[in-house]
Design a protein around this ligand. Structure first.
Ligand SMILES: [Mg+2]
Length: 333
């Protein structure tokens, strides 16, 4: 049995609601020296780190001590005094009164790296997915998922750039729901099952900063469905929300030659999209294995599609994996 009662998922949604609104405000006043590079060259800001501290501290106060897989840690902005100072200032403004020991605790607890199979509850957190988009004024989203026995059972992602600002949340078997960030009525998220009409364009999500080659590949993958292809641009789990919102028909992420995608970039979006009625699977049609720890290390791709085109996209991506010399997904020979 999960140690978290599904009746209490709303409490986690409230945390993400507050966190997303705080981040929206913090973005407006973000000083240039609060944006720094991690050792791997990726971008991180004081807001990413402050948000992780805020979210994990609130979750622990509500739900108790639960293992966490989270993106940020002590090294994210460590040794960058201006970013560290801005992080502390944000936390004070958000009413955080935990002090340095609580900050250190929230940034040290997210390193769980083992299999999550057999574990009742594990949080998966990316405080800001799409930090480049956060800085550029493009799409970004705070993303929280709960795994039970290695599978996502609850998710809540903040989408300030979609539908006028909304949270998108799902729990397994209970559907997915949009909640306006400004407050008000929630509405059920439903992915269209209506097949594309002859000659209608299939809309595929591509990276915001796509290279000409990435654009050409995305178009060709879309056109493999037999339809003209139109691209929309989004990074982060906002790409799955595009499919859920009916702004795109296909979002996919390929592993390529890498070690597997980070789980915090996908787990919540997978549950939300599936609960909303999207087709979500690997290139061989198999499920996405979220139990492997920090990465989706056994999957070739995460494909999320509406309107019946999922299997066609999967077939095309499987063929490309073979042609490009990548190990096929289980089942594809
Ligand atoms: Mg992030």
């Amino acid at each position: 049995m999960p140690v978290i009662d599904p009746d209490d998922y709303d409490l986690a949604c409230e945390v993400m609601h507050d966190a997303t609104n705080f981040a929206v405000a913090a973005r407006r006043g973000l000083p240039a020296d609060a944006i720094v590079q991690k050792s791997d060259g990726s971008l991180v800001t004081a807001v990413d780190v402050a948000l992780q501290v805020f979210i994990l501290t609130r979750l622990e106060a509500i739900f108790g001590e639960i293992p966490v897989v989270a993106e940020e840690d002590m090294h994210s902005i460590g040794g960058k005094p201006a970013a560290e100072a801005h992080c502390r200032a944000l936390l004070r403004a958000w009413g955080f009164d935990g002090g340095e020991s609580a900050i250190e605790r929230a940034l040290s607890c997210g390193g769980y790296a083992g299999s999550t199979r057999g574990m009742d509850a594990v949080w998966v957190l990316d405080p800001i997915d799409g930090t480049q988009g956060f800085v550029d004024g493009d799409h970004w989203c705070p993303c929280l998922a709960l795994l039970s026995d290695g599978e996502p059972v609850f998710a809540c992602n903040g989408h300030p750039t979609l539908r006028g600002g909304a949270l998108l949340s799902a729990s397994r078997g209970e559907g997915a729901w949009w909640y306006p960030l400004a407050g008000g009525e929630c509405t059920e998220a439903e992915v269209s099952q209506e097949p594309l009409a002859a000659g209608e364009s299939v809309c595929v999500v591509g990276p915001a900063r796509a290279t000409p080659n990435q654009i050409a590949v995305r178009r060709a993958v879309g056109e493999s469905t037999g339809h003209p292809c139109r691209l929309v641009h989004s990074d982060s789990q906002a790409k799955y929300a595009h499919v859920v919102a009916g702004l795109a028909d296909v979002a996919y992420s390929r592993r390529g030659g890498g070690p597997g995608k980070y789980i915090w970039d996908h787990a919540g979006g997978i549950l939300i999209a599936r609960e909303a009625g999207a087709w979500v699977a690997d290139t061989d049609g198999s499920d996405i294995d979220c139990s492997q720890g920090r990465r989706l290390s056994v999957n070739r791709a995460v494909i999320c599609a509406a309107r019946g085109v999922g299997p066609l996209i999967a077939k095309e991506l499987a063929a490309r994996d073979l042609a490009e010399g990548f190990v096929p997904a289980r089942g594809v020979r």
